[in-house]
Write a protein that binds this ligand. Structure first.
Ligand SMILES: O=C(O)c1ccccc1NCC(=O)[C@H](O)[C@H](O)COP(=O)(O)O
Length: 215
């Protein structure tokens, strides 16, 4: 039997959304440390939210876009993270992994099957669409990829599917893509930066059901 699909709820900013992600068994939660995001939190805000998280619950992932070491170091001084999601070239992501000794998930924008990485020296890949023209941020844009693209892909490391997923589409996305894990931000929000507890619950339930429909 297929293992349950992993679920990441990204861009938590408020206790209600975080509590819902915990209560419904999210595997990862993401804190966005990118000021231009409507989900941006400060290290202190992330620390306050993280204090609500039980031992053995979701892993805490910090998201950074082209960060310098000082920004990551200052964040880690304020809040313990279990991993980093990095928007930067692979060489820079590797430097960060080496410096901070934390698992690094490398975010990769894809448009065609040829964009799917054949190799990776990181710990995981977040596969999502490239940002639309004029976007203020590289992720969190509610843009799905063609979910059939990864179906024959031999992923070099663990990966998760992201981009435009919702409670109504996530099971189909899993079935078409064969994704072992999924990641969502916009699709579980009532407004940018405001997570909806009911949508989070529905998303996680649907994702877990999607595991049994994979080809
Ligand atoms: O969510 C953001 O605002 C964001 C800003 C800058 C870099 C990354 C960001 N999100 C990264 C994620 O992992 C999102 O969950 C992923 O891109 C999917 O987002 P969505 O399409 O909104 O579900």
């Amino acid at each position: 039997m297929a293992p349950p699909v992993g679920v990441k709820i990204c861009g938590l900013t408020e206790p209600e959304g975080l509590d819902a992600a915990i209560a419904h068994g999210a595997d990862w939660i993401g804190f966005v440390f990118f000021a231009r995001s409507p989900r941006a939190v400060t290290p202190a805000q992330a620390a306050s939210l993280a204090a609500r998280m039980p031992q053995g619950g979701p892993q805490r992932i910090g998201l950074f876009v082209a960060p310098d070491d000082d920004a990551i170091a200052a964040t880690l001084d304020a809040v313990a993270l279990d991993g980093l999601q990095i928007y930067a070239p692979e060489a820079r992501a590797l430097e960060i992994r080496e410096r901070f000794r934390l698992p690094v998930w490398h975010a990769r924008g894809v448009t065609t099957a040829a964009d799917l990485p054949a190799t990776s020296r990181l710990d995981g890949l977040v596969i999502e669409s490239r940002p639309p023209a004029g976007a203020s941020r590289p992720g969190g844009n509610a843009q799905p990829i063609d979910w059939t693209l990864p179906k024959d892909w031999q992923a070099p490391v663990p990966w998760m599917l992201a981009g435009g997923l919702t409670p109504d589409t996530v099971a189909r996305a899993i079935a078409l893509s064969g994704a072992p894990a999924v990641d969502v931000s916009s699709g579980v929000e009532s407004a940018p930066g405001h997570k909806d507890a009911r949508l989070i619950a529905r998303f996680i339930q649907a994702a877990r059901q999607g595991a049994y429909q994979r080809p």
